[in-house]
Design a protein around this ligand. Structure first.
Ligand SMILES: Cc1ncc(COP(=O)(O)O)c(C=O)c1O
Length: 372
């Protein structure tokens, strides 16, 4: 099975450990264990007491009953039985595609978005059509273009909502139009939902609350600031969950006793985590907006309080060369837009801690002055 290199991951694997001012990431500033465990006001005393007694066996294969219940509470009408724990959202996307896609299938994927959503189907032998997003339409794709891409045998439409790298949220009205088109061929709609807008989050609607053949993937990595525990999930109807069970046994067995316990703890303190992150996002968004307004070489369609953004940089240089020089000379890391096939842009993650963001943006501006 052949597969393209994962552009963003290859870039980050190579460069992220040498960054001093990493403003490339899409996670909202990750929490240290002591910060996370302080959420219960007891510095994790109860958490460790329970964990102390726990055997480090395989634990609950599909995720503990507590985990499945907490996750099902995030949806209107998805039973805990239909939640399966996975190794991050990456594991969730992989599971969904591995279980459902066969050679010759027709898939439509939002493009660019998270590369798994088009290159895994291709590697499985599917024919993938790109549904392009457009900067002049606030990074929305065009519903008429989806109409023209649909075929009677379209098996799946893949979306990333909100979108990495742009931070744009597709609203309910738009998603309903996608669902109406999907119904024409009975296509699944797989939506990677790892980015929840932290402001007006009620505007976010999960695909599983709109469509029986909707499949949602998600994790604790972005909105919940805990990528290190590697816990994600799929949410779907019963038939799809049963199919996933079969494939899942071959690829992961379980996520681990410790990771499950930590995931349950974070989900039980969800409101506190979201409060923390809402403050951080709002504060950083303001810094970011002020910077954009004062920086003549940068423009952006503002993200919707989602932790990733895709500004355009007006620089007369190949963007990868620029990003490598920026890192080596200023210690600032961005992801060049070439990693999303959009060379005029960079992915800028403005949800690092405040001092990293401020200094990262200052240094980026200083560096761009060389072209004035
Ligand atoms: C859209 C999207 N899905 C999934 C992931 C990876 O998530 P996880 O850490 O849960 O595997 C990322 C990380 O960048 C992402 O942007």
């Amino acid at each position: 099975m052949k597969i393209a290199g994962f552009g963003v991951e290859e870039w980050l694997n190579k460069w992220e450990k040498s960054a001093t001012y990493d403003i490339s990431q899409s996670t909202i500033a990750s929490m240290a264990m002591n910060e996370a465990l302080s959420l219960d006001g007891k510095d994790g005393e109860d958490f460790y007491k329970i964990l102390d007694q726990q055997k480090m066996n395989y634990g609950w294969i599909e995720g503990s009953p507590d985990f499945k219940q907490e996750v099902s509470n995030l949806y209107q009408d998805i039973s805990p039985d239909n939640i399966l724990q996975t190794n991050g959202a990456t594991g969730a996307n992989h599971l969904a595609l591995y279980a459902l896609i066969e050679p010759g299938d027709h898939i439509i994927s939002e493009y660019p978005s998270y590369q798994q959503l088009y290159d895994i189907p291709k590697s499985l032998g599917a024919h993938v059509d790109y549904w392009h997003i457009h900067e002049d339409q606030n990074w929305y794709p065009d519903i008429d273009e989806l109409k023209s891409l649909m075929r009677p045998d379209t098996k799946m439409i893949c979306l990333n909502n909100a979108n990495n790298p742009t931070g744009t949220l597709l609203d309910e009205t738009f998603l309903k139009q996608v669902v109406e088109l999907a119904k024409q061929s009975g296509a699944y709609v797989l939506v990677d939902e790892v980015y929840l807008p932290l402001v007006h989050s009620e505007e976010f609607v999960s695909i599983v609350d709109l469509y029986d053949k909707g499949i949602a993937t998600n994790s604790l990595s972005k909105t919940y600031s805990m990528p290190g525990i590697r816990v994600g999930w799929t949410a779907s109807n019963t038939a799809v969950a049963d199919l996933f069970r079969k494939y899942r046994d071959y690829t992961m067995i379980c996520c681990g006793v410790f990771n499950d316990a930590m995931a349950v703890y974070i989900l039980k303190h969800r409101d506190q985590v979201l409060d923390r992150n809402r403050k951080l996002v709002l504060n950083n968004l303001k810094i970011y907006k002020d910077w954009i307004a004062s920086e003549p070489r940068a423009s952006v369609v503002m993200p919707q309080a989602v932790s990733t953004s895709f500004p355009k940089l007006d620089i007369p240089e190949d963007i990868e060369t620029f990003c490598i020089r920026l890192l080596k000379e200023q210690g600032v890391l961005l992801v060049p837009g070439t990693r999303f096939d959009m060379p005029g842009h960079v992915r800028l993650g403005y949800c690092a801690d405040e001092s990293t963001l401020r200094e990262g943006l200052n240094r980026l501006s200083t560096f761009m002055r060389q072209y004035d």
